[in-house]
Design a protein around this ligand. Structure first.
Ligand code: LLP
Length: 420
C-alpha cells in the first residue's frame, strides 16, 4: 500500500503527509516510489512467462522523478509527443526503449524520433506512414514502424477515453494495416516491426483485450502468409484501477489468456500501462480554506479548498470519483456534514468531490486519493493559478521533484511591449 494510516495520520510509507504539507505547502502532489515499484513488479511478475515488455505511458505522469524511477525499474516508454520524448531522455532513459504513439506526429517530432533512434513509430494512418518514409529517406535513417489497428472493440469505459471503436480517430482498419505493412516492408527506409492497438483507458474486464488480441493475431497470420515476420505485438495500456469500489481484472488473468493465444509465437508482447502504475501511488494534498455549511436541508454544504480543477481536472472532465480523506484526525471544532469539496475557480464544474461525509474545520488537510495518473499531467494555469509542487517519497525520505510555480513563471512567457 502506497498510503496508510499510522496512529491516525495518513502517511506515505513512514513519512507523514502533514509533514510534507508543512514543508512544501499546498496544493501538492505526493507520489510514493514504493507504491509505483510495487505495481510495476506486480505487472512484471504477472507477465513473467510471456515474452513481454512494459512501456510506461508517459502521459499519465511525466514528472522526471517518476520517469527516472520507471527507467530504474526497467521500463521502456510509450510517448505521444516530442516533449515526452525529451522528458524521457532527460530522465536518463535510452531512446531505443521508446514507442511513439499518437495520430498527429509532426515532421519535427518524427525527425527527433529518427535522430535519437527510437524503438518504433506506432503509425496511425497512410499519410503518417508516407511522412515517416519521406523523413527517414531525407535523414538516411531506417524507421521501424508498427501499424496501429483499430480493432473495433468496445472497451466499456467512459466515452472520452474509449479509443478502439471504429468511430474513434485512432488507428486504421485491419485490412489497411496489412497493406501498409506490405508497403513498409518494400520501402528501403522503413522496417515493418509490429502491430499495435490501444482499446481505451480504465478498462476493467479482460474480454475486450482478448478480442483485440485475436484480431491482431489473425492479421499476423495473414502477414506471415505473405512472408512478413513482425517482431512484436503491442496491446496498448488502459488496465483499470480501483478508485472507489471497482474490481478490475488481475494482470495475471490477461497474461495467462494472452500466453495461451500466443501459443509459442516468437513475437514480444508490448504493454503500455500508465494509470495502473501511478494512479494509486499519488495523492493531491490540499487544505480547507473556508466552510460554507448549507443553511437548510435543501442547500449544499461546501468546503472550499486550495486545490481546484486546474490542478486535478478528472472530476470536472469525466465526473470521476476520487476518495477524499483527512490527513490527521479531526479536532473538536470540526463540523460533520455531507460536503461538496470545491476549489476557488469561478466555475460550478470546479469540484474535486461531491457529497462526502466528513468532519472538517478551516485549515484541515485533505488528501485526494488516486491522483498519481492524469492529475498533474492535465493541470493548467487557468485563473492564473500556479501549478502545484510535486513530491516523491522514497523510503523514509521525501524530495520536491518539481517546485511550485510562481507567478513569474507565467509572466516570463508574455510581452506587452510591441518590440518584444
Ligand atoms: N497507450 C496509448 C496509445 C494511450 O492512448 C493511452 C492513454 C495509454 C497507452 C495509457 O492508458 P492508461 O494505461 O493510463 O489507462 N485523461 C484520462 C485518460 C486518457 C488516456 C489516454 N490514452 C483520464 O484521466 O482518465
Amino acid at each position: 500500500m502506497a498510503f496508510q494510516l499510522q496512529g491516525g495520520a495518513l502517511c506515505a510509507g513512514p513519512v507523514s503527509l502533514a509533514r510534507i504539507a508543512e514543508a512544501v505547502g499546498t496544493p501538492t502532489y505526493v507520489y510514493s516510489a514504493d507504491g509505483i515499484s510495487a505495481q510495476y513488479r506486480r505487472l512484471e511478475a504477472a507477465f513473467a512467462e510471456v515474452p513481454a515488455e512494459i512501456c510506461y505511458a508517459v502521459k499519465a505522469n511525466s514528472n522526471l522523478g517518476v520517469l527516472r524511477l520507471m527507467n530504474e525499474l526497467g521500463a521502456g516508454f510509450d510517448i505521444v509527443s516530442g516533449g515526452e520524448l525529451q522528458r524521457v531522455v532527460a530522465a536518463g532513459a535510452l531512446p531505443e526503449t521508446v514507442v511513439f504513439s499518437g495520430v498527429g506526429k509532426s515532421e519535427a517530432e518524427i525527425n527527433l524520433g529518427l535522430k535519437l533512434g527510437i524503438r518504433c513509430f506506432n503509425v496511425e494512418s497512410a499519410a503518417e506512414l508516407q511522412r515517416i518514409a519521406r523523413q527517414a529517406e531525407r535523414l538516411h535513417r531506417i524507421a521501424p514502424v508498427a501499424l496501429r489497428v483499430n480493432p473495433d472493440v468496445d472497451a466499456r469505459t467512459h466515452p472520452y477515453i474509449a479509443t478502439g471503436l471504429k468511430e474513434n480517430k485512432f488507428g486504421v482498419e485491419a485490412s489497411e494495416a496489412a497493406e501498409l505493412l506490405v508497403e513498409a516492408e518494400r520501402h528501403p527506409w522503413l522496417e515493418a516491426s509490429g502491430l499495435a492497438c490501444h482499446i481505451g483507458s480504465q478498462v476493467e474486464r479482460v474480454g475486450p483485450y482478448l478480442e483485440a488480441l485475436d484480431r491482431l493475431l489473425d492479421l499476423l497470420d495473414q502477414l506471415e502468409a505473405s512472408g512478413i515476420e513482425l517482431g512484436h505485438i503491442d496491446i496498448g495500456g488502459g488496465f483499470g484501477v480501483t478508485y472507489q469500489d471497482e474490481t478490475p481484472f488481475e494482470p495475471r488473468e490477461l497474461a495467462t489468456a494472452a500466453k495461451a493465444r500466443l501459443n509459442g509465437r516468437p513475437q514480444t508482447l508490448v504493454l503500455e500501462p500508465g494509470r495502473f502504475l501511478t494512479a494509486n501511488a499519488g495523492v493531491l494534498l490540499t487544505r480547507v480554506e473556508y466552510l460554507k455549511p448549507g443553511k437548510k436541508d435543501s442547500q449544499h454544504s461546501f468546503a472550499v479548498v486550495d486545490a481546484a480543477m486546474n490542478d486535478l481536472l478528472r472530476p470536472a472532465l469525466y465526473q470521476s470519483w476520487h476518495r477524499v480523506e483527512r490527513v490527521l484526525p479531526a479536532g473538536d471544532d470540526a463540523l460533520t456534514a455531507c460536503w461538496d469539496i470545491v476549489g476557488p475557480i469561478c466555475e460550478s464544474g470546479d469540484f474535486l468531490a461531491r457529497q462526502r461525509e466528513l468532519a472538517l474545520a478551516p485549515g484541515d488537510l485533505l488528501a485526494v486519493r488516486s491522483a498519481g495518473a492524469y492529475g498533474m499531467a492535465q493541470s493548467s494555469n487557468y485563473n492564473a493559478r500556479g501549478r502545484p509542487a510535486e513530491v516523491l517519497v522514497e523510503g523514509d525520505r521525501f524530495r520536491v521533484v518539481r517546485r511550485r510555480e510562481h507567478i513569474n513563471d507565467q509572466l516570463a512567457l508574455e510581452r506587452i511591449d510591441a518590440d518584444g
